[in-house]
Design a protein around this ligand. Structure first.
Ligand SMILES: Cc1ncc(COP(=O)(O)O)c(C=O)c1O
Length: 369
């Protein structure tokens, strides 16, 4: 089967190539001046005082939690409907992930459900801006203030997304991923954003074996550094991320228009005062569609249209969490896991591709009838 319209495609141009070549010629190929430049540019972009570049989004989450002093005996409330790294980062620190269910329209953590999960052990909330749609940050920040909790925002899918005019990742601590399928990439890579100088300093130390001064180690840290090669790619991508996002948004609007009226296909919602950057364009396939979600996925693949299910199994149902004894029930997350499918809207997609995607889904929708 040949996929003609892929679900994701990193856009690498001459700027990225020149940036990498420049680093290679400089001889400084590990962490160096380009990392610093990338951090400064990214902090300005998000609107925070500090950004700390690391080697993955997973590392960003792990470091942010550890910088906050979260560890054994603590609980962190998060969503079960995300990539597993969201919850695993909590496990790495020795703390316990506690799952709160999602809101069905945005697939993001439900502030009301968070409220019911707070105990005397809760130290932080870890919301995810899933698919590029901001989480309900006002309600989350208010709750965090009332209960003196930290907010570690998993903005790994939300570079440039806005909540009431503020960038995702600018509220307390933000964590980003630059994996190649993301809205911008550095190869592998991640970033922590915050405006608290002490936290930023701690995060920098954890990134590099707990040391401020080379070979003097004040705390437990890791090697989670990014290279100047990655930073050079990231810098070139950062200059283009707004135009990439605009194209995603335009493609998403056009695809929603084309899918309108197909029974059983629920197109993505965008809440008022939010800029959804469509890292994924995700529809629900409900019982009104004549085929199951999985059958639709198969038919799309047969027709050469890339598609993917993010995520088929909620985190608390994953084997590792089952083995840890998780037996909670989060009906909205479980329903979403059965119904969602993501379709291509990345910046390389042209109008004709979207017409083809919509036409194919319309044809498939008539198959079972
Ligand atoms: C929501 C979410 N959290 C965390 C991560 C982890 O990022 P990375 O793959 O860069 O470690 C990702 C990306 O894959 C993600 O989508």
């Amino acid at each position: 089967m040949i996929i003609m319209i892929p679900i994701a495609k990193p856009l690498i141009a001459q700027e990225e190539i020149d940036g990498v070549v420049g680093v290679m010629r400089s001889g400084m190929i590990a962490e160096g001046p380009r990392v610093k430049e990338f951090e400064e540019a990214f902090s300005k972009y998000i609107g925070v005082d500090h950004a700390i570049a690391v080697n993955s989004g997973t590392a960003a989450l792990h470091i942010a939690l550890q910088a906050r002093g979260i560890g054994k005996g603590d609980e962190v409330i998060t969503t079960p409907f995300s990539f597993i790294a969201t919850a695993n980062s909590i496990l790495y620190t020795g703390a316990k992930p506690v799952f709160a269910d999602i809101e069905p329209d945005t697939f993001n953590i439900d502030p009301e459900d968070i409220k019911g999960k707070i105990t005397h052990r809760t130290r932080a909330i870890l919301p995810v801006d899933l698919y590029g749609h901001p989480a309900e940050m006002k309600a989350i920040m208010d709750m965090a203030e009332d209960y003196r909790m930290a907010v570690i925002e998993d903005a790994c899918q939300a570079h440039g997304a806005l909540y009431k005019g503020r960038k995702c990742g600018s509220f307390d601590m933000g964590c980003f991923s630059f994996y190649p399928t993301k809205n911008m990439t550095s190869g592998e890579g991640g970033m922590i954003t915050c405006s608290d100088g002490k936290l930023a300093e701690k995060a920098r130390m954890i990134r590099s074996h707990g040391s401020k001064v080379r070979y003097y180690h004040e705390m437990l840290g890791y090697n989670m550094r990014i290279t100047d090669i990655g930073a050079a790619i990231g810098l070139a991508q950062l200059n283009k991320v707004d135009s990439f996002n605009n194209k995603r948004i335009e493609n998403a609007a056009y695809l929603s228009e084309q899918l309108k009226g197909i029974p059983g296909i629920v197109t993505p919602a965008v809440r008022q005062d939010c800029r959804h950057v469509f890292h994924q364009y995700t529809v629900r396939v409900t019982g009104d569609f004549p085929l199951s979600r999985d059958a639709l996925a198969q038919e799309l693949t047969k027709a050469g249209i890339g598609n993917s299910v993010f995520y088929p199994v909620p985190i608390h149902r994953q084997q590792i969490y089952q083995e840890l004894g998780y037996n909670s029930y989060h009906p909205k997350s479980e329903q979403a896991a059965k119904e969602v499918i993501s379709l291509p809207v990345h910046p390389s997609i042209i109008k004709e591709d979207i017409d083809e995607i919509a036409k194919t889904i319309k044809e498939i929708s008539k198959m079972g009838v």
